[in-house]
Design a protein around this ligand. Structure first.
Ligand SMILES: C[S@@+](CC[C@H](N)C(=O)[O-])C[C@H]1O[C@@H](n2cnc3c(N)ncnc32)[C@H](O)[C@@H]1O
Length: 283
């Protein structure tokens, strides 16, 4: 595997993904009962935006670089920026960006716990170091789908699954992710599941979502943010999240904060945002 998330750390897709992740966790935490956080594709947990591993944070300049230091009207974006500031204070000389495992770890309460799986050994060792001060969140050097099978169903009977594949082989990653989701829902039907997907090729994406919607047995919505026309040949045009069994009112909250995030990241120029139910809309 050649994929290194470092090159993309803190880019607009990471920002979209991570604000969504923290809002999902906050929504689950409206109930006192603890839950299991399970991440299948964790990465290294912490990225140095001043290093060759991240191309000196080149992509982050159009992501977290735009947002940092700004004030946000929406509580979800403000909470994300506050978490970044807590984990990687700007007062430090270093220029760091936290990955999803660290962002989730700092948000867990005493009654919550988490496992993050990473398959590349060097990334996994870095992940374990990044998580060393968070005893409620464990790193596991294993295949993420094996991790799902090993930890579901949890004794808490509540779980948030976060699936963020690298899409080096786009079709293979989508097929594996959907098989993993099917298996996870068999083990825990009420699991809240978020799958990140790239918006690169609209003619392929639209029928994939339609086919998926037709066979889903649980409520599902998509939340997307794109900076370039959806079928531009740029590389990554946009960022999408498929959310299954979304917590109550998550859609309404997203309708508020996602356009604000899109505006802040420049989506108004050639892109856009959308939050849309694709199966079993909840009221
Ligand atoms: C997109 S990155 C994850 C970024 C991270 N979720 C974040 O937001 O900070 C995908 C990661 O998945 C890892 N990976 C690829 N296939 C995997 C598998 N089958 N199981 C676990 N990790 C895998 C890659 O090594 C890479 O670090």
């Amino acid at each position: 595997m050649k994929y290194r998330h470092g090159f993309h750390a803190g880019n607009f897709a990471d920002v979209h993904k991570h604000v969504t992740l923290l809002s999902l966790i906050a929504a689950l935490q409206r109930k006192d009962k603890g839950f299991l956080y399970l991440e299948t594709h964790a990465g290294r947990g912490l990225y140095d935006l001043d290093s060759a591993d991240t191309h000196q944070g080149a992509e982050s300049r159009l992501g977290i670089g735009v947002l940092r230091g700004t004030a946000s009207a929406s509580p979800q974006i403000a909470a994300y920026l506050a978490a970044i500031e807590r984990l990687c204070p700007r007062a430090d000389e270093s220029l760091l960006y936290p990955g999803s495992p660290l962002l989730a770890a700092q948000a867990l309460r005493g009654q919550d716990r988490g496992w993050c799986c990473e398959i590349q050994a060097a990334e996994c060792r870095a992940l374990e170091r990044a998580l060393q001060h968070y005893p409620r969140m464990r790193g596991a050097c294993t295949d993420g789908y094996a991790g799902l099978a090993a930890h579901l169903p949890p004794p808490e009977r509540r779980a948030l699954l976060f699936i963020d594949p690298p899409y080096e082989e786009q079709d293979d990653d989508l097929v594996r992710a959907i098989a993993g989701i099917d298996d996870a829902l068999q083990r825990l039907a009420n699991a809240v599941i978020a799958l990140w997907y790239p918006i690169k090729d609209q003619p392929e994406l639209a029928p994939w979502l339609t086919r998926l919607a037709a066979r889903l047995a649980v409520p599902a919505l998509v939340a997307e943010l794109w900076l370039h026309p959806r079928d531009a040949r740029i590389g990554l045009n946009g960022s999408g999240l498929l959310i299954l069994n979304p917590p109550y009112r998550l859609d309404a909250e997203m309708q508020q904060w996602l356009p604000e995030l899109g505006d802040a990241l420049g989506a108004a120029r050639q892109g856009g945002t959308r939050v849309q139910w694709i199966a079993h809309e909840q009221h």
